[in-house]
Structures are given as structure tokens and as C-alpha cells.
Design a protein around this ligand. Structure first.
Ligand code: NAD
Length: 364
């Protein structure tokens, strides 16, 4: 009997509905090929939810996500919601989803597609073969630590405060996700901290080092964050999997992403405790400048669906088939406008989806 999965789809705003439609079609085709049955239920988030229900994350949306095996999200936001009060902005939908599902680990692969090397701002020999996974802690650290705020000092001057704090439990749980990810990849994990200056980082390093005893097959190294930033630009191929805290991960995952040169190609996964629901989404935003124009690149969304299959549903073969189909269309020279180069075939979002499905069908 076919394995059955309930998937919550959250198309969100801007190009979200266009790219989500492609990802759902791709999943339906892969489902037929591998005897997997997907039940998709769509819900509102972000600006679309504000317009329809007056809030960025309606309770029904969170409930649907909690009752699904995985959440496939597109993107939220747009200029029409930028001037709303902070608690009603579309981003609150994302933050609420992360908090509501306890998504403490964010996995962001930065993999260079050989066909798109010239889109990178770095030299070919530096970026060729780059395949990095950044695991970022997502619900702790300086973004959430207390005390935080802008306070009056005794001298009547203001003082801004944030607190970087991690508990052993928080470090251990994201550390385990990273060791497991490294295990599924090339078996190398680099932990990034600032242990020469920050006590919170000393605890981070001690805890990760201790955890390594449970993963003798993974080779662990440590780097200070300033050196890690330099090494990412100098020789990114030295990295396999990186694990780091919220602030350092925010910055390093964007830097790693830019090595690949194309934001329309980058997926991500946010995971919670084992056995709970993960959220899979492209790194890019809702691209309001091209929304509704059939110009969006659907590949980051489709690759997010592949991550969902691999990390959320434990269906690595299905994930691999999708990733291979992406390689096939790129090999054929099919490109959306954001990754276009001379001599290639310019396709819109829907045509790129059709090309993918054709590739999937041919390689089955
Ligand atoms: P963006 O990622 O939406 O767009 C940046 C540029 O990249 C634009 O020129 C856009 O056209 C292009 N682009 C992005 N994705 C593309 C795709 N799939 N295919 C082709 N081109 C693509 O970032 P932005 O312009 O800074 O933000 C737009 C809105 O998205 C804002 O409201 C922002 O808050 C929101 N946003 C949401 C998320 C999210 O949902 N996770 C992330 C970032 C930004």
C-alpha cells in the first residue's frame, strides 16, 4: 500500500502561489513513480492571511501544520504590508510558525550547480564543487536572550542591550541535528563560535566537543567566526557541514549562499525535536517585483520539496530523483530569467515546471 503523507502547503505572498503550484505537481509525479501518496492542504500565512483574516498566522494555519507530516512554505511579505504595526507584519507569521513548531535547527545547503558557476562572484576554481550545509540554531542565542531592550541609564542616556545565552540543552539538540546531517553527507563537521572572547561560546565548544564522542564517524573541527567568514571566501571547498549559533549562522548562511550566485536555487529546512513537523522553504523572499508575471524561478521551491522528502519524510530516493531532474533541465540549457546566460533557453515559471516534469518522467 502507498505510504501516505499529509502535507500542509503555505503559498504565502508574491510569487509564492506560482512556485508552490510547480512543487506540488512535481511531488504528485514523484508520488506516482515511487508509490507515495501526498494529501495537500493549503492554508494562509503572511500578507494573504492578514488580508483575509486580519492576522499573519491564523490559529487554523498553525493547527493544520501541527497535524501534518511536513510543511512546505513558499514566501511571505510585500510592500503593501510594510507599514502595518510590527505585530501585524507578515514576518510575524514566520516567527510564529517557528515558535509554534519549536523549529530550533535551520539547515541551509549552499551547493554550486556546475551549469551556473559563472553566476558566482568568485573565481571558478574557488567555487567549483562547493557543497556546504550550514546548520544554524534558530530559536535561542542573542535574538531571544534576556534581558533585551533599550534602557535609560542613570545619566539619562539610553543603553541598548541584547543577551547572548545558550543552555547545554539548546546546544546539544542542534548539535545532534548537525552531527546527523554530517553523517548523511561527507562526515565532516565544523563548529563555529567565538570561544576566545565569549563565555557562551566556550560552553558551545565544550558541549559540541563532548557530543562528538557519540559520533566517532564524524570528523569534528572548530573555527572562530571571524576566521570562518574568511575561510568561506578563501577556500569554501574545505567545508562540508557547519554548525553554529543563531547570529553567526544568520550571517554565515547568507555568505555561503552567495557563493552559489543564484538566490532562486536555494532551499532550506527548519527542524524541531525528532518526530515533529519540519518546515521546508526557499531562502528567497516573495519577489513582489515579478509576482504574477510567470517569471519566477521555481527551482528553490522544488529543491525545498526535495529537502522535505529527505529530512522530513525520510524518502531519500524521491529527493534524489527531484535533484537529478533539476540537473537535467539545467544541462539542457533551460533557464528562468534570474539564472539566464547567453545561448540558453529562457523559460517562464510554468514552462520550467513542465520541463522538470518531463525530465522526471524521462529519467524514471
Ligand atoms: P526577495 O528574495 O523577494 O527578492 C530579491 C530579488 O531576487 C528580487 O529582484 C527578486 O525578483 C529576485 N528573486 C527572488 N526569488 C526569486 C525567484 N524564485 N525567481 C526569480 N527571481 C527571484 O527579497 P526582497 O526583495 O528583499 O523581499 C521581498 C519581500 O519578501 C519582502 O516583503 C521581504 O520581507 C520578504 N522576504 C520574505 C522571506 C521569506 O518568506 N522567508 C525572505 C526574505 C524576504
Amino acid at each position: 500500500m502507498a505510504q501516505h503523507y499529509r502535507i500542509a502547503t503555505l503559498p504565502g505572498d508574491g510569487i509564492g502561489p506560482e512556485i508552490m503550484a510547480i512543487a506540488v505537481e512535481v511531488l504528485q509525479v514523484i508520488g506516482q513513480q515511487l508509490d507515495l501518496s501526498f494529501e495537500f492542504k493549503s492554508a494562509l500565512i503572511g500578507g494573504a492571511a492578514i488580508d483575509a483574516m486580519g492576522e499573519p498566522l491564523p490559529a487554523d494555519t498553525l493547527e493544520l501544520c501541527r497535524n501534518s507530516e511536513a510543511v512546505l512554505l513558499a514566501a511571505i511579505g510585500g510592500p503593501q504590508w510594510d507599514n502595518l504595526p510590527a505585530h501585524l507584519r507578515p514576518e510575524q507569521g514566520l516567527l510564529g510558525l517557528r515558535a509554534g513548531l519549536d523549529l530550533f535547527a535551520n539547515l541551509r545547503p549552499a551547493k554550486i550547480f556546475p551549469q551556473l558557476i559563472d553566476a558566482s562572484s568568485l573565481k571558478r576554481d574557488v567555487v567549483e564543487g562547493v557543497d556546504i550545509m550550514v546548520v544554524r540554531e534558530l530559536t535561542g542565542g542573542i535574538y531571544f536572550g534576556q534581558p533585551k531592550g533599550i534602557f535609560e541609564t542613570e545619566l539619562g542616556k539610553k543603553r541598548g542591550v541584547n543577551t547572548m545565552a545558550y543552555t547545554e540543552v539548546e546546544i546539544e539538540r542542534v548539535g545532534r541535528v548537525a552531527f546527523e546531517a554530517a553523517r548523511q553527507r561527507r562526515g565532516k563537521l565544523c563548529s563555529v563560535d567565538k570561544a576566545n572572547v565569549l563565555e557562551v561560546s566556550q560552553l558551545w565548544r565544550d558541549q559540541i566537543t563532548q557530543l562528538a564522542q557519540d559520533y566517532p564517524d564524524v570528523e569534528l573541527s572548530h573555527l572562530y567566526v571571524d576566521n570562518a567568514a574568511m575561510q568561506l571566501l578563501r577556500w569554501p571547498k574545505q567545508f562540508d557541514t557547519i554548525v553554529t549559533g543563531n547570529l553567526f549562522g544568520d550571517i554565515l548562511s547568507d555568505a555561503a549562499a552567495m557563493l552559489t550566485g543564484s538566490i532562486g536555487m536555494l532551499p532550506s529546512a527548519s527542524l524541531g525535536p525528532e518526530g515533529t513537523v519540519g518546515v521546508f522553504e526557499p531562502v528567497h523572499g516573495s519577489a513582489p517585483d515579478i509576482a504574477g508575471a510567470d517569471k519566477a524561478n521555481p527551482l528553490a521551491q522544488v529543491l525545498s520539496a526535495a529537502m522535505m522528502l529527505r529530512y522530513g519524510l525520510n524518502q531519500p530516493e524521491a529527493a534524489e530523483r527531484i535533484e537529478q531532474a533539476v540537473q537535467v533541465v539545467l544541462d539542457r540549457g533551460d533557464r528562468t530569467a534570474d539564472i539566464m546566460s547567453p545561448g540558453m533557453n529562457l523559460l517562464g515559471c510554468r514552462a520550467m515546471g513542465e520541463a522538470l516534469i518531463q525530465a522526471l518522467t524521462e529519467t524514471a
